[in-house]
Write a protein that binds this ligand. Sequence first.
Ligand code: NAP
Length: 538
Amino acid sequence: MAQSERAPGPVQASYDAVVVGGGFAGLFALHRLRGLGFSVRLYEAGDGIGGTWFWNRYPGARVDIQSLEYSYQFDESLQQEWSWSERYAPQSELLDYANHVADRFNLRTDIQLNTRVKSARFDDGADVWIVETDKGEVVRASFVVMATGCLSSTNTPKFEGLESFKGRTFHTGRWPREDVDFTGRRVGVIGTGSSAIQSIPLIAAEAKHLTVFQRTANYSVPAHNGPIPEDIVRDVKSRYAQYRADNYNTALGADWGYRTDTAMEHTPEERDAEYESRWQRGGLSFYGSYADILSDPAANETAAEFIRGKIRQIVKDPAIAEKLCPTTAVGCKRMCVDTGYYDTYNRPNVSLVDLRETPIVAITPTGVRTSAGEHELDDIVFATGFDAMTGPLTRLDIRGVGGVSLKDAWEEGPKNYLGVSVAGFPNFFIIAGPGSPSVLSNMLPSIEQNVNWIAEAMAYLRQKGFTRMEAEVPAQEAWVTHVNETAAPTILMTCNSWYLGANIPGKPRVFMPYLGVAPYIAKCTEVVANGYEGFALA
Ligand code: NAP
């Protein structure tokens, strides 16, 4: 019998909710649900909590949204008392923060580490889920809450000869705990997304030689990282609740100083002055530069050309600078935030291979072979990203009503309602799922909004004596259509991004996140006000 068809063993424990994943989403879900009196078990595959910040320990890993914003707001004393050492906290500090939260709110008693949820099956007669872990445990839960993250299922492309490489290999998303020393070594980094752009300057500073294999050039803006000026910390903390509320009321949910005028109503000089001020401010505030930056290709091109100009100024070799100049629209792939990325290409020990000119043919025992020849390497770093958004969900064996698997239900793309609920999968909730703003927003506030919504829905069901809640098919279809229609007129549809699943061969090309934090929150609020409109409650 296939493993997926094997009946789980006897049930060993029962909970109101099983939460899958111990990152920021899972930790807050556990805290919030427990606070409402629900019994909860949280399973985490890793041997520590922290999710993204547990697994992504590569050199230079740090958040690309300011830490004063990329932090929890659910507890006023927590947000007042915690201090960030830098504007963009490094991975180690984010992990410390996750552990601090777990201790401060006594979460560990309900967290089980080193345990991967393998399957969850809905028992249609009893309105409960039967959840099985890789440790052979079988538990019953009225609700399953998926806090599995958007970028947690790593992607290592199936290069020919991959297994034959005799040196060390790393994936940025599964970086080892122990220090990795590149001193004196010939290192190859495959990929030029955010993870690569953060790690390349540090690897280059250590390695004997670094070869970067670039398939698509990306836009990166400087972080201008450093300690946060005291007056800024004081100001934000003096009005934290309002600051958070204001950010929820924006398109992308972060403090990026959104202008409401358009790029095209300004002269080239005015536009360049605006882009220059964003460049000097640093970080992703570039997204807020003009209202039409993601919608009007001509407006977008003005920002694109400004950044290309910066690349041409920084990189001394004009031929390398040209290879580094992206041809996609700005923001079509998520912009990157760096410290010294472009300048790294001025180092004598760094070379750039443009895979559009000379694609990778194979990995060999001693390096990477492109169509132009062999690059000998001691180490290969795969900065090749993730099977984003759906991967962490569809790789589990999740079966709803009638034994239908989520993988099959999502064969043509992730169909759900508000990103949180899937028709045919009652009492199954997703935090920051496809169909919600998630990766097109500041993740932490979006996580909190989703968790609060889900927790309140569960409390409502309990109060009304309902045992079952799921999206209705027409509401789900209308939402999926709306998610697509919102993205359709934007430049987000114009390149092969992971938002579209285009980085994974064979994955359906569907735009997954929802563009628009403020309208999303308004819709979630309206659904509740209308008695959970679009949901079947029983
Ligand atoms: P990514 O953005 O998906 O980048 C993967 C890179 O690998 C791309 O350059 C991609 O090229 C390349 N690649 C993939 N398959 C390849 C193949 N078969 N051959 C050659 N190159 C290949 O992944 P990531 O850098 O890990 O970042 C993913 C997301 O995580 C980011 O967009 C961001 O949202 C988040 N992140 C955030 C931070 C932060 O907050 N600071 C840091 C890291 C990551 P193509 O572009 O041609 O596909």
